[in-house]
Write a protein that binds this ligand. Sequence first.
Ligand code: HEC
Length: 100
Amino acid sequence: MNGQLARTSATVLLVCATSLPAKADNLFSADRALAAPCSGCHSREGLLPPLASRPASELRQALLDFRAGTRDGTLMTRIARGYTPAELERIARQLGRPEQ
Ligand code: HEC
């Protein structure tokens, strides 16, 4: 390996390494991971209502009601029971429209 190539490789490695933390936060945050399965059914192209346009507090209440069994659901009752109430809160904030 000549000197020029070695310097270029080192620079590329350095740039990659310094840009990793920001990308990793963005792609692999715990909140995003918790909410990832939702888009399989609730997407703009899907049959079910998309979640992104809904206020976060509305999603939160719907999820807690499914979990408690006070709102009738089929799949959502089971799905919501797979999360703790605190996790459902985080999911609602991750997916829903932020409120002032
Ligand atoms: C396997 C498909 C599926 C997945 C995955 C799924 N849902 Fe649902 N969702 C449904 C169905 C079906 C309904 C209609 C209620 C029912 O029958 O359970 C629904 C309804 C809802 C509603 C009520 C919508 C409204 O208009 O009031 C909310 C909120 C919701 N889902 C949130 C979520 C969240 C958040 C996730 C991820 C944790 C999720 N869903 C994952 C199928 C799914």
